[in-house]
Write a protein that binds this ligand. Structure first.
Ligand SMILES: *[C@@H]1O[C@H](CO)[C@@H](O)[C@H](O)[C@H]1NC(C)=O
Length: 586
């Protein structure tokens, strides 16, 4: 998932109000005194009221629903490499690796089933369940398509009757994150339905869709992204917020469009198209024309005001979805959104990091646009690693070789960052040394050390600084040392492999998987790490649902036959749920 995904994000950007927005939205993550959802569960005073979303009244009904386009899809350019017959030896190694990944998944799944079934997450050390996502069995729904892809069909089928019991009419949460519910629950149910054809899953996806549709019931039809579900259920009026994260307003498009395609009901497509129209209308009027700031105003539908820009956390999947939306409906609007935003990102947000190997790498940084000047900060987020796959895929879809080459350089950058870290795993957020320009850049030890010293106040001995801060060569700061089982790097490595057919990507993937398994594995599953710049990183008791949904799926697929979920047949949502690309009826 590329995406916003909540942790570690506040370190990414210094803006205080963002931090506040964040803290307020997830009080139990950042504030140890705040009540956790499970505590709220425990002191049940009165039973939660359940709402039937198909019966709740709309305050701002849509009179003129924008219909799904009815054009027959034209064939898209070929995305995947034309793979040849595989050598016997390479095949043996590949299959062994694939089985190792499957084993890792099965361990997590079994523990989840026996210790945290129907909860959102399993604590992989204590073995308890927890419910940060509404108590709607996030891990179960998120992992369904992985079960199917790994051939665990009995587990898949037997889980459906429990999925049917999930009640989307209520939640103990005060605030529902519409984006997370959309990508995990709606996305997971849609892809589980498309892979299996089991109508019960589509019915459940529709239930989630009926609920989330109510978040769009505002005077200007922009969604409420941090949503008081109960207030809406009680019929209270709602307005969209003044500060909304770009990723949270822009990445409902794939799931809502697919749901409309599968049900023949255009309401969901209508809802996201109103957001798309705003993105389109304002694309050239922001402080970096082509891009939108990380924070936008949904209340006034003004997406131009702020000055912080990034392809990474809190913005990411809005960009990621443009080319994928094009694959789903072939509306030229999405091609234009892709082309303009990616051109602007390539021109204004990239930097080349100075590395001892002098490799030609590119990283999308964080950009502050003020008084007509752009300041590109040489930040490296684990989250931004999805951008390699985004450029490579978009380059194939729109026949732009430069974008494939950009995708390669970004993915190489992330593989490099994994290799450079003591644990063999890239940290959540760090800063690198930015080369003067992207065309050439020789390693300069002195310049690197000076840059490290410039960021520290007391110690002026660079060797001591580097040792104290445990900085790998080329890193000038590690701002957030965690690894929380994220998928973005393997996601791009997988896409690069399928597009180029180069086995070096499988080798890189295996190194990443081995390091992750070695350090995160517990008796029950896999645990997030608190410090990957330690040779022996300490574990945290967390295993987010994206570990089974995304990270292990991409590791499994890179060691599968290339026609397993071919990129010519599917686009992945930002939670790694594959959606079928509509094909012309022959
Ligand atoms: C390396 O960096 C230092 C400090 O910025 C600078 O003085 C020196 O000229 C650089 N060396 C080369 C070969 O560019």
């Amino acid at each position: 998932m590329a995406l916003l995904k909540r942790y570690g994000v506040y370190t990414a950007i210094a803006a205080v109000f963002l931090y506040l927005l964040y803290t307020l939205s997830f009080p139990y993550e950042n504030n140890p005194n705040a009540k956790k959802p499970q505590d709220q569960n425990n002191n049940k005073q009165k039973p939660l009221k359940t709402y039937d979303w198909t019966k709740i009244k709309f305050q701002n009904p849509i009179e003129d629903v924008i219909p799904l386009p009815s054009n027959e899809p034209a064939p898209l350019p070929r995305i995947q490499f034309e793979f040849k017959e595989e050598e016997a030896n390479a095949k043996n190694i590949r299959i062994k690796r694939k089985e190792e990944v499957k084993k890792a998944f099965e361990k997590c799944w079994k523990s989840y089933r026996s210790k945290a079934w129907m909860h959102d997450e399993l604590e992989p050390i204590a073995g308890h369940g927890k419910d940060p996502f509404g108590g709607w069995a996030a891990s179960l729904i998120d992992a369904m398509d992985t079960l199917w892809i790994m051939g665990l069909k009995e587990e898949f089928t037997s889980a459906i009757k429990d999925i049917e019991k999930i009640n989307f009419g209520t939640t103990p949460l005060e605030v529902v994150n519409v984006f997370e519910t959309n990508i995990r629950h709606l996305g997971g149910l849609i892809s589980a339905y498309e892979l299996s054809g089991d109508k019960r899953l589509l019915a459940k996806a529709k239930e989630v869709g009926e609920m989330l549709y109510h978040a769009f019931d505002t005077p200007n039809h922009m969604p409420v992204t941090r949503w008081d579900l109960k207030a809406k259920g009680e019929g209270k009026a709602q307005v969209a917020a003044d500060t909304v994260l770009l990723a949270e307003i822009g990445s409902l498009s794939m799931e809502f469009t697919k749901l409309s395609q599968l049900t023949g009901d255009s309401r969901w497509y209508d809802a996201i198209t109103r957001v798309t129209k705003e993105l389109e209308r304002q694309q050239d009027s922001t402080k970096i024309p082509g891009l939108w700031p990380i924070v936008v105003n949904a209340h006034t539908a003004d997406f131009t005001g702020d000055s912080g820009f990034s392809l990474g956390a809190m913005a990411d999947s809005t960009y990621e979805y443009f080319s994928k939306m094009y694959a789903l409906i072939q509306d030229p609007v999405y091609k234009t959104l892709y082309e303009k935003s990616m051109a602007a990102a390539a021109k204004n947000t990239f930097y080349r990091p100075m590395v001892p190997e002098n490799t030609d790498l590119l990283i999308p940084g964080f950009v502050r646009a003020e008084n007509g000047k752009l300041d590109v900060q040489a930040q490296l987020q684990h989250l931004v690693c999805y951008a390699g796959g985004m450029f490579a895929l978009g380059g194939k879809m729109f026949s732009n070789d430069d974008h494939v080459s950009i995708g390669r350089k970004i993915t190489d950058g992330c593989v490099w960052a994994y290799k450079s870290s003591p644990a063999g795993i890239m940290p959540e957020v760090s800063h690198l040394y930015k080369c003067a320009d992207t065309s050439s850049c020789e390693w300069n030890e002195t310049a690197w050390k000076d840059a490290v010293n410039a960021r520290t106040e007391k110690e002026k001995n660079p060797e001591k600084n580097i040792a104290n801060l445990r900085l790998p060569q080329g890193f000038v700061a590690v701002d957030d040392r965690r690894y929380i089982l994220r998928p973005e790097a393997i996601e791009s490595v997988f896409i690069m492999y399928r597009i180029t057919g180069e086995q070096s990507w499988q080798a890189a993937a295996w190194d990443m998987f081995s390091a992750i398994q070695k350090h995160t594995s517990t008796d029950l599953g896999n645990a997030a790490l608190s410090d990957v710049s330690n040779d022996n990183p300490p574990k945290m008791d967390s295993m987010e649902s994206f570990w089974m949904a995304e990270t292990l799926k991409y590791f499994y697929l890179i060691f599968s036959e290339p026609d397993a979920i071919s990129l010519d047949d599917y686009v992945f949502n930002t939670e790694a749920h594959p959606f079928k690309i509509p094909k012309a009826k022959k």
